[in-house]
Write a protein that binds this ligand. Structure first.
Ligand SMILES: [Mg+2]
Length: 344
């Protein structure tokens, strides 16, 4: 099996602002695994928030990961990836996605079928309105007209103004994501203020380190509270029960499909709702999580919709609902304009 990789810069349509940062572009590493005429693809979307970076990943890739010439057992390959990706979860997730894409192509089935999951996705995805110039909100809402739910990034000094402006133009359900941007007092006031504004849920109101204060907020809040930065992997879930109503699972955050499945199981045991989220990613990363999307109660699969240079076709959005490709594997195909840039 041959492993190759390339870095790729995703260019944002609008600066992607959240409470702690704003970026015009994101660098990603695409991983390719090739054997017997099939190419599996994965995408590493490392996040500063979790102390992961592109240079860390490239350093490991440059040191050469040796794979067997002829792979017949994928568990053996996962072990090799576990050894090399160390604790860089976005990297491990990319390697596993490439491996499962390759394996299921070779077995002539789509990835969701490998897990016995339905291809039908019955939840709409939200579409993110990131933090930026508030004079552009009207235009952004217009651009979001195909989507049934808005995800609005807050944690600024203008939070009420942002919601009030959006409410002038649309009454669509809103999911608020504060990205750790509030303190307890602000969060209590904001959950109360938001409670009659058709808000579906609030994601990560407090800094992850303030998890001890979440129980008090939950007592005050009539809106469901979803843990994102507080919930990296399955091991984090037990301690969330007191303060949250659900968790946000992302492949790049948790380390791969296998861990995401473990998180779904654990969340069910504790009666927590499951949201699937993403980083700003191309269709490689988004389509990988999309293959499991029938398992989530809330979907936020819009990372590829935030960029203007997605090289691949994969998961599509039709009337606000994600639709999986019918092809085997992840079902990705390279767009015509990018055919000289990537292996396939
Ligand atoms: Mg979030």
């Amino acid at each position: 099996m041959r492993l190759s990789y390339t870095t790729y810069r995703l260019k944002c349509i609008h600066p992607f602002g959240i409470s702690r940062s704003s970026y015009d572009y994101y660098d990603r590493v695409f991983i390719y695994l090739e054997q017997d005429g099939f190419i599996g693809r994965g995408e590493a979307a490392p996040s500063e928030r979790y102390n992961e970076s592109i240079p860390q990943i490239l350093e490991i890739l440059k040191s050469h990961i040796t794979l067997p010439k002829n792979v017949t057992n994928i568990d053996e390959i996962i072990e090799i990836f576990d050894r090399h990706t160390i604790n860089i979860k976005s990297f491990r997730s990319a390697c596993l996605n490439a491996l499962f894409d390759w394996w299921t192509q070779q077995n002539n089935i789509p990835l969701h079928e490998y897990y016995n999951y339905s291809s039908t996705i019955s939840q709409p995805t939200s579409f993110t309105i990131a933090i930026g110039n508030i004079n552009e909100l009207e235009k952004k809402i217009e651009e979001a007209k195909e989507y049934k739910i808005l995800k609005v990034k807050l944690g600024t000094s203008q939070d009420k103004e942002i919601i009030s402006i959006i409410r002038k133009y649309t009454d669509k359900p809103i999911r608020v994501d504060a990205n750790e941007g509030w303190d307890l007092e602000t969060a209590i006031k904001m959950t109360e203020w938001l409670s009659d504004k058709n808000i579906e849920l609030i994601e990560q109101p407090l800094p992850a380190d303030d998890i001890g204060k979440m129980g008090e907020l939950k007592n005050h809040s009539s809106l469901p509270l979803i843990a994102d930065e507080n919930c990296r992997t399955a091991i984090d879930i037990e301690k969330l029960v007191k303060g949250f109503d659900g968790i946000n699972i992302k492949l790049a955050k948790c380390g791969g499909v296998d861990e995401a499945l473990r998180m779904i199981e654990t969340a069910k045991q504790y009666n927590l709702k499951v949201m699937f989220g993403c980083m700003v990613e191309s269709s490689i990363g988004i389509t990988a999580l999309g293959q499991l999307a029938s398992q989530a109660e809330y979907l936020d699969l819009d990372g590829n919709l935030m960029i203007k240079n997605d090289p691949y076709n994969g998961l599509r959005i039709v009337n606000g609902f994600p639709v999986l490709p019918e092809d085997k594997g992840l079902g990705l195909s390279l767009k015509y304009d990018y055919q000289n840039e990537f292996p396939e």
